[in-house]
Design a protein around this ligand. Structure first.
Ligand code: ATP
Length: 253
């Protein structure tokens, strides 16, 4: 990985880019993952490369859902494995969630490499190697584990594709997504749409989970029942608008 000077004004973003590129070289991230990262970066620019108020609102509700779930599962793809493996493991440990590898561009080798990468980051068990259940989809993201995603009541699917998200929602699951694009089909279909960078969101959620674990069950239930996903998405779009207005003011000054 290229050394990025820590005082570079866009250090975090450049580091993420290096991690995804390294993921491709290691064989855990698909080449198409580079395009997805680029698309994410452009939305992050518009958002102002920060976790906004609406993102934190959704992240809090998402953590409550994970903590209350009977069978929570975190679905991991090649980009998430390259960007934030330790954060996935930390969040899974605190919330008691299972981890399952699920890929659009699936090969047995990639699944194996991602599982090993997650294990090297501290995961004890990672599902996804021998999928024994299938979702009603025509691509490889249909292949799931019967004790993982297939029977999960709450699924965290960072960087999801819209059609699997829709299928999971139709199956009656609480689907939590992390996607910097508030207009994507994924964001518009999920139960809880987190519009934030996956690296920041998973870090925030692990911290929140540590604190919220001590809260009473009723408090967590209240957080979920009062949560309004339309408000979260509309909030994300208007935060982009506000950020752009600030940028216009800076340019005009
Ligand atoms: P959809 O079917 O939901 O409309 P899409 O086809 O627009 O999805 P993909 O190309 O499948 O999207 O996946 C890329 C998505 O992931 C983009 O919406 C992008 O904003 C988001 N993304 C990429 N990198 C990150 C990241 N690091 N953090 C959060 N979101 C990201």
């Amino acid at each position: 990985m290229t050394d990025i000077p820590q005082d570079h004004p866009r250090y975090e973003s450049l580091l993420a880019r290096e991690k995804v590129a390294a993921g491709v070289k290691m064989g855990i991230t698909s080449i198409q993952g580079l395009i997805a990262q680029g698309r994410g970066e452009s939305f992050d620019y518009l958002i102002g490369e920060r976790s906004t108020e609406s993102a934190l609102y959704a992240e809090r509700a998402a953590v409550a859902a994970l903590l209350l779930a009977e069978n929570p599962v975190i679905s991991v793809n090649g980009n998430v494995a390259a960007l934030a493996p330790e954060k996935v493991v930390a969040l899974a440990d605190i919330t008691g969630a299972k981890i399952e590898v699920n890929l659009f561009h699936r090969t047995d080798t990639r699944v194996h490499l991602i599982i090993e990468h997650l294990k090297a980051s501290g995961a004890s068990e990672v599902l996804g190697k021998n999928p024994d259940a299938s979702l009603d989809l025509s691509h490889d993201r249909r292949l799931v584990s019967s004790k993982g995603i297939y029977t999960a009541d709450v699924v965290l699917v960072p960087l999801e594709d819209g059609d699997r998200c829709e299928k999971l929602v139709k199956m009656g699951k609480t689907v939590i997504t992390i996607d910097l694009n508030p207009l994507s089909r994924t964001s518009r279909t999920a139960t809880i749409s987190i519009v934030d960078n996956v690296t920041r969101a998973l870090g925030n959620m692990a911290k929140l989970a540590q604190e919220m674990k001590k809260e009473k069950k009723e408090e967590l239930v209240k957080l979920i029942t009062s949560y309004d996903n339309k408000k979260a998405i509309a909030g994300a779009i208007s935060e982009i608008q506000e950020h752009l207005k600030t940028m216009i003011a800076e340019v005009e000054y």
